[in-house]
Each structure stands twice: as C-alpha cells, then as structure tokens.
Design a protein around this ligand. Structure first.
Ligand SMILES: C[S@@+](CC[C@H](N)C(=O)[O-])C[C@H]1O[C@@H](n2cnc3c(N)ncnc32)[C@H](O)[C@@H]1O
Length: 316
C-alpha cells in the first residue's frame, strides 16, 4: 500500500502529548458556528480552509489525527533542528498550528525557545492556549500572505499538514520564506499520496457504485509528492532543500474505531468525502458498512492503517 522509500519512524516514547478538551464557550468570532446547523450538510465544494469547520473539530483533533501526525511533526522538528539548532535564542513560527503538534515538539526540543503559533481557526488556537506553555503565543492568521507578520522576523518557520488546505499553497510557502531571517530554516510537512483512509473510502464507494467519481480533499494547486514539494520550496527561494517521506501509523482500536472517526467526527476531510458521496446519490450507512468491512479484512482490523507525510526542509 505504501510508496517505496517511506521510512517507518520509531515510536515517540518521550513525546509529551497533553490534550485539554474544551467544552464552552468558544470565542466571539466563532459564535456563529455554535448556531450553525449540521456541518456534515455543507456542500462538498466549500473551501476546506474555512476556519469554522476546523474550529468545529478542534477539541477532538489531537486525540485522533494528532496521534498519527505527531510522527511527522516530531520528524520535522528533528530535521529542522539538524539544519539549524533550535536554541533559547530561537524565534519559531508555526503556520497552521492546529492543536499544537509542532509547537509542542519545538518546546520538547528546546523548552526556552519562543514560538508564535498561528492558525486560521481560533478554536484550534484555544487548544494550544490551554496547554499554558511558556514563551508560546498565538495569533489568528491566514497562512496565505501571513498578513500582520513582518519580514525577516523568525529564525525557524515550521508547518505540518496545513498548507494544502489553504486557498494558495504556493503563496503560503512564499510567505513562510518572507518572514524568515536570512539563513533561517523552514520545515514544511505536507500530506503525501496513497493515503489509506482516502483509498478505503474510494474503494468502498466504487464497490457500491462503479460509476463513482472520487474527489480530492486538498485544494486545487496544492501538491503531494516529494519532487513537487522540493520544486515549490526552491521556487519560493529556499536553498539546500531536502525531502523525506514518513509513515504515520494511526492508533485506532479496531475497524469500528476508524469508521466512527470517519463517519461521525466532523473533521473537514472525511466530511468532504462523505458529502461528495451523498451528492452522487450514495447512502451513508451503506458506505459505512463497506468501509468497515474493508478495514477489517484488508487493514488488519485497523492495526495497519497509516497516513503518509512528506517533509521538506530548506534554508533562506
Ligand atoms: C490537518 S490540520 C494540521 C494541524 C497541525 N499542524 C498538525 O500537524 O496537527 C490543518 C490545520 O490547518 C489550518 N488551516 C487551514 N487553512 C488555513 C489557512 N488558510 N491559514 C492558516 N491555517 C489554516 C486548520 O485550521 C487546521 O488547524
């Protein structure tokens, strides 16, 4: 199922993974969300970078997807630190920080480093604020343009699994270059190709409807493979660019755990797939049964499920 050359990462034993669940209230900016009907009914073609969609999912993100992406976040920080050590004098920008996977890893690497965690979703940033990490501040910012963030301000800029959801992936990489100091280092992790959940969803849909046309969860103009990632970073101005793919195992108990996540979680990605299926006349419960059967039979009842991350590192 996996691409050649994808390395397995060791379990991150010392990883500090603190999840703080928020109940109510959210910020004023996100209030309309609480009044919105069912996010699963939103049209599939709506822009995934919608802050409200991510906010809606924020309190559950880290306990599910975060357990998989932490492998990629940990490796990203290791590679960035190798290229340019993160020290007490470092100023690190985390772009599309989510619930803080990379920010936590940076603080694990060097507790005294200062981090500015940015995201378009205030609900995600609240997850980071509740960690009460020293020298970590948050700011709502669109990764496209990084408006309000001055040129040449950071020694390191990192981002994991966020840029492909922005409305302009290339501009996001250019903005990350802009805010680095000369000689500063960026580490940008993106979703790779051949993702298990996408393959399973599409296989199940095809079994039920051979005419089914798949949809991409990522924004038009984004990329997913190592070569394109390196080329984009070089086009933005980065030099000494290296890339690496990583396997990021999931931590579901069984096939039912995965289907519960996929069908009842409101993560914007599965939501896009499910809306697309239903827009083509598909039945949600039928798809759920088929997905669960595939995971049980072909993915070790959930034990073999994983995501793929592609990490690019470059210097300004
Ligand atoms: C899949 S999550 C990744 C979060 C985190 N970096 C991680 O690795 O766990 C994608 C994140 O990108 C954020 N995002 C989406 N579009 C964005 C944009 N235009 N600007 C900034 N953040 C954005 C979402 O709010 C969400 O927190």
């Amino acid at each position: 199922m996996y691409k050649d050359g994808v390395a397995a990462l060791p379990e991150c034993e010392q990883y500090v993974f603190r999840v703080h669940k928020l109940s109510q209230p959210r910020t004023v900016r996100d209030q309309p969300l609480l009044l919105s009907p069912d996010i699963t009914k939103m049209p599939a073609n709506e822009i995934l970078s919608d802050a409200k969609r991510w906010t809606h999912h924020a309190s559950r993100y880290q306990e599910i997807i975060g357990k998989s992406t932490r492998h990629g976040s940990k490796r990203t920080v290791e590679l960035v630190h190798k290229a340019s050590p993160i020290t007490k004098d470092s100023h690190v920008l985390d772009v599309g920080a989510g619930a803080g996977s990379l920010t936590i890893e940076v603080k694990n690497q060097c507790p005294a480093a200062s981090v500015l965690a940015t995201d378009i979703s205030t609900g995600m940033l609240e997850q980071i604020e509740h960690l009460h990490l020293s020298s970590v501040t948050t700011k709502q910012a669109d990764a496209v343009g990084l408006a309000g963030i001055k040129d040449g301000k950071f020694t390191h800029v990192v981002s994991s699994f966020a840029i492909q959801f922005t409305s302009n992936c290339m501009n996001t990489v250019e903005s990350m270059y802009r805010v680095l100091i000369p000689g500063g280092v960026a580490g940008i992790a993106i979703w790779g190709t051949n993702m298990d959940p996408e393959a399973i969803n599409n296989a199940a849909a095809k079994r039920l409807n051979p005419e089914y046309k798949p949809v991409s969860p990522l924004m038009p103009g984004s990329w997913s493979d190592e070569k394109m990632h390196a080329a984009a970073m070089e086009r933005a101005g980065f030099r000494d660019v290296t890339t690496e793919s990583v396997r990021m195992p999931f931590a579901f108990d069984d096939a039912t755990g995965f289907t519960d996540y996929w069908f009842a979680n409101n993560n914007p990605v599965p939501t896009k797939f499910l809306n697309h299926w239903m827009e083509q006349g598909g039945d949600r419960e039928e798809l759920k049964r088929e997905v669960e059967a595939i995971v049980r039979c072909d993915y070790g009842n959930g034990a073999d499920l994983c995501l793929i991350g592609v990490i690019g590192v470059g210097r300004k």
